[in-house]
Design a binder for this molecule. Sequence first.
Ligand SMILES: [Zn+2]
Length: 309
Amino acid sequence: MVSLLVQASKSKLDEILLGTKSDIELQSVANYIENGWPESKSVVLHAQHYWHCQTELHIKNGLICRGQRFVIPKSCRKDVLQRLHIGHRGIVSCINLARQSLYWPGMNTEIENMVSHCDICQQNQKSNCKELRKLAERPWQKVAIDFFHLSSVTYLLIVDYFLNILSSNIYIIQRPLQIIEFCTNRDIFFNPSSSGFPRSNGQDERCVQTVKSTLVKAAQDKNDAHLVLMEYRNTHMDGLPSPAEILMGRRIRALIPTLPSQFDPHYDCSVVQERLHFRQQRQHKYDLHSRPLKPLQENQEVVFHLNNQ
Ligand SMILES: [Zn+2]
């Protein structure tokens, strides 16, 4: 399936646009953006919460943006908050995810309230074991794998040590021994940890806990676990780009409404576009000279190419 998933879905943008138009506060902000802000904050009636960031505010296709972030109208905030918390992550993580693409006054406090009052999060609260971090120099240089069982299904978990514990992936597997064969065939050094002392691999153990708990919460909330993990991988952490961004050189599109320009790759796209343009031209020339073949008759002799001979 090929989809042009390059921006927040049309209906979501329409919803934000509609919400913006019926939001008294944002209409006042839009008015100041277009006609200039007054000298004093006290005369700005409905837009006082936006006074401090007035130089960053602009309008793009009818939507108000603060820098690269959408300003979300009141009517859409509940839905956006739910999207932010789809993986039932903690407060800091949800705020980090929100700050990448969204803004509204008091956003952090609302996120904090939502997470601290979430029933599913409270039911699944746990204390973390000590984490033992090992350094890697590049993505996919050192990965840890582990199996875990949940609801009679065996999962394989892969944790990349460079990207982050949360860049992990989950696979349902049939035969654990496949892993040893896989590593041997690809010249991958395999270093099993002692089954009697599984915590010798602290990072992996912690990740199993996180993913397990994510799967349980996703099931309780009837959410797609893969979608939830995708949001994990798409979240900035400790001031670094998200794991997906480090690996792929660009942000990935997930559930949170995001300005399309934020998906631009970190490399020079013009070279790729030139190449695509060249191919397109060549294909066009070829199509001009191509003709439909005559239908074959019964017993007619035919010659065909075999391995380019
Ligand atoms: Zn929660």
